[in-house]
Structures are given as C-alpha cells and as structure tokens.
Design a protein around this ligand. Structure first.
Ligand code: SF4
Length: 487
C-alpha cells in the first residue's frame, strides 16, 4: 500500500481551508510558531486520551513510535483484529483512500467492533462530528464491522470524590448514524483535498473569517503579512463578518470607511489610534471604572497581585470539577513599601486552605488590590469557597469592590493602540502604554514550569520570574491613572 496523503488532522485542516492543507504539506516552513497556549491544549488532549483507555483496560497499544512504523502497525492492527484473544486496541492504525487514522480505542463486540474517539473538551463540536465521520469512513473502507461509533468527552458536572470515577467523568455519545450519513460527503472532500495536494502552486484562496474559525490557522503570519497597518481588518470594534464584507466591496483601509458606518465612540477611538499610531482612550470611562472601587472601606493599603492558576481537565482534589481553576502561585507587592513576596501552593486541600488564608489577609488589610485580570481572581475565590465552604472572612462578591484589573481597565476605559489586538496580553499592554519591551515571561510557561518543577530551588527560580509581574501591573495602573488626568 502506498504512503498515505491525509491524516485525521490534515483532513480537518483541509475542511477549514484547502490552502492551509497545501501550505502545511508543501510549505511547512511558512507556519507560525506554535503558541504556548496551543501547545498546552495539545498536551492536555493527549493526557485525557491516555486516561480514557482505562475505561477499557488490558488493551494492546498500537501507537507507532515514528512515521516509519505506520506500515508495520497497520499490519499488526490487521492481525490483531483476526485474533479472537484480543478484545481491546489503543491507537489502532488503519488506511483507506490514502487517509491514515489512529483510532483512540477499539473494543470487540461479538463479531463486530465499537470505535471510541476521545475528546478532552466538555462539549461536542461540528469538527468532532466530522472527525468521527472520517474515521468511520476509513474503518468502513478497511472492512471493520462497527456496531457503534462513540465520541467520549468530559462531563463538566462531574465532582471528584476521593477516587476518580471514569464512568462519571466521561460522557459517551453514539454518533454512528450521523457518521454513516456523511460517508458520501467525506469521500468527495477527500478527493478534493487530494487534488489540492497535486497542485504545483498554493490555491488562490483569500483570507476570511475561516482564518480563525473553527481554529486560528497557523499560516496567518504568512497569509496576512501584507495587510496594511490601516486596514479595516484591524478594527476589532467592528463585527468580523462586516469587516470582510467591506473588503469584498473594495473598502480596504480606514480612510475608505464611510463616516456613517462609525456608530459609537469606541469605534471612533480605535480608528483614531490606528490613524495616528498612538494611544487613544476615554478618560471619563476610566474615571467611572476607578470610582467603582469602594472608597468607604476604612483601610489604607494598596497591593499589586499576580495569581497563577492551574485548570486541569481531570479533577484530583476533593469536590473539584473538570477545568476548575486552582491556585498555583501568587506574587504580591506592597505598593507603599515596594516589598514583594511570592508563594506557591500545593495542589491539594492544604494548598487551597493556604490560599484562602493569604487572600483573607490581603483583602482584610488592604483597600485596593490591583491585578492583571480580575476575572481570574474572582473565579478562583468562588471555586475555593465552594470547595472549602466559608473559608473566607470576606465575601468573594464584595472583593470586587476592592479589585482593579488592568485588562478590565483597558476594556472599560476604551483604551486603544495599534499593538493592542484581540488577545489580552501583558507584554503588548506594557509596550502600548509605556513604549517599553518589558518581556515578562508568558504566564502559560510559568504555569507549565511550576507544574513540572522538581524541588524547592527550581520553584524559587520560577517564583522570582513571577515576582516581576506585580511591579509591571502597578506601573500600568499608574500610567492609566495619568491618562485619566491628562484630559
Ligand atoms: S491564513 Fe487563512 S487563507 Fe491562509 S491558509 Fe490559513 S485559513 Fe487559509
């Protein structure tokens, strides 16, 4: 059998954009660097897949160690299927119509088989259904008689109770009928993708909303590189569909935009920022946000706080749920004395108790707590309260009145700058507001390093990097305060 042309992931890629498939296969060097967030998601997916195997223990792992083993593993899979002593296979390898798949779990069911595809998310998407339909198509082509095809995903209502109950953690949903119905379409789409791969140049496809849906494409850096800095595509205050519609009508730059299309002050401010290449903002809105802090509290102190959290797909602490935020470390700076302290928490009930004690001290002794993103603090406080019940001497709801978030200040204060794009990011915000390249280590890396840290010395080194955050947060806060006074 000849080498495959498509896999599960390249087929799914082709469904988003045929050009992306072509570039991935023929011009991989043009791909953007994998972001830290995407890398973390990928690793999480792999871990959940391995855990789900325990739903059907005792199987044989067919995972190829490298692409050179695909053929061998395909042959071993075929042999295993006809061996009636083998009932469960993990990562069984099949190829049909030039598409190679590795099925997460295959379980014998009398003379038939049940296929299981595991997803680490809490809901099923159209992409997952297509993924299942493709695998069903290949299995059918390989004459594997299926009595069912099941998607396995995470039950968001599951609560960990001393021992992991995989049958409660995972939800199983049969998609056999939907997959069968899509067989003909899948066949056509495979043919189309194979034709794309025969082209001598990449297909002439324009950029569009498909560049970010359902996933951000990793060739955006290449395809979008000639978009001018005054393109209307940068106007995130306008609906994305509308921006592409305008481009198709020949309205490419901000200068081309008819005045009557600008509907609010927010859009006007963003247009101004992109035109003059400087920061623009709404001083009144900044004032309103800052005044929402309860100044009647009889406390004096002000601290800057950076909290790192872990969001495990599979819960492991009593009463926690999938993807619930858990405190991992924090760094706190007294804004009057400049003293900074950083602490890491163990991922257990004691760690949650330590976190609640520190938060009690912080919120009881200070009037103002400045952080990068208040949503993270609030969600973590509510989570910890629900697990430990009545662990705080203040109500997490009232903590809102003491909290200021830089992210929220930027949004509420309608602060715009050409480097501030859709994704909130501390380094971009520092660059926009101060003109300096601060290069804080991205928090997703700090979290990853902390989770892997082997010993106190390594943890201390990571906490040192974390300690650079509170000062940066305070500098941004001061900068935004100055903006408010300048108008
Ligand atoms: S950036 Fe857009 S047009 Fe370019 S390959 Fe990706 S999805 Fe296709």
């Amino acid at each position: 059998m000849s080498k495959h042309l498509l896999s599960k992931s390249t087929f799914i890629r082709s469904q988003q954009c045929q050009k992306s498939l072509y570039l991935h296969k023929k011009r991989p060097f043009l791909r953007d660097k994998l972001s830290a967030v995407q890398l973390a998601k990928f690793r999480r997916g792999t871990g959940v897949g391995v855990l789900a195997r325990e739903l059907f223990p005792g199987g044989i792992d067919m995972s190829p160690r490298s692409p050179s083993q695909y053929e061998q593993k395909r042959n071993e899979t075929a042999e295993a299927l006809s061996n009636h002593e083998i009932n469960v296979l993990y990562e069984a390898v099949f190829q049909f119509d030039d598409v190679l798949i590795m099925l997460d779990i295959l379980v014998r069911d009398g003379d038939n088989w049940v296929a299981y595809e595991v997803k680490s998310s809490r809901s099923l998407s159209e992409t997952y259904m297509k993924d299942a339909a493709l695998q069903h198509y290949v299995l059918n082509g390989c004459n594997v008689k299926l009595s069912d095809f099941v998607l396995v995903y995470i039950n968001s209502d599951y609560v960990f109770n001393y021992e992991l109950d995989l049958n409660q953690l995972f939800i199983k949903r049969s998609v056999l009928t939907e997959s069968e119905l899509q067989a003909e379409t899948i066949g056509h789409q495979i043919t189309l993708s194979k034709l794309t791969l025969e082209l001598s140049n990449s297909p002439q496809l324009s950029i569009g909303i498909h560049c970010n849906k359902p996933y951000p494409c990793d060739f955006i850096g290449h395809c979008w590189k000639n978009i001018p800095s005054n393109s209307i595509l940068h106007l995130t205050t306008f609906d994305e569909d509308l921006r592409f519609k305008l481009i198709n009508q020949g309205i490419n730059t901000i200068d081309d935009l008819p005045k009557e299309m600008i509907q609010n002050e927010c859009q006007q401010l963003q247009i101004e920022a992109l035109t003059i290449n400087e920061i623009t903002y709404n001083a009144n809105k900044i004032k309103v946000y800052l005044n929402s802090i309860n100044s009647t509290l009889k406390k004096q102190g002000s601290v800057s706080l950076k909290l790192l959290v872990h969001r495990p797909a599979v819960p492991f602490i009593y009463l926690t749920q999938p993807y619930q935020l858990l405190p991992l470390a924090l760094s706190i700076r007294n804004n009057d004395t400049n003293a900074t302290e950083s602490i890491s928490f163990t991922l257990d009930l004691k760690g949650l108790e330590d976190f609640s004690k520190i938060m009690n001290t912080i919120f009881n002794e200070n009037n103002l707590v400045i952080t990068d993103d208040t949503d993270i603090i609030m969600e973590t406080l509510f989570n910890v309260q629900s697990i430990l019940s009545a662990s705080f001497s203040f109500s997490p709801e009232s903590a809102k009145e003491q909290l200021i978030g830089i992210h929220q200040l930027i949004n509420e204060g309608q602060v715009f700058h050409p480097v501030l794009r859709n994704d909130w990011n501390m380094n971009d915000t520092i660059l926009a507001l101060t003109g300096k390249n601060n290069s804080l280590k991205e928090e997703v890396y700090l979290i990853n390093d902390l989770l892997k840290a082997d010993g106190n010395e390594e943890t201390a080194r990571i906490l040192q990097r974390l300690a650079t955050y509170p000062q940066a947060i305070f500098q941004l806060f001061e900068k935004i305060q100055q903006l408010q006074n300048m108008k």
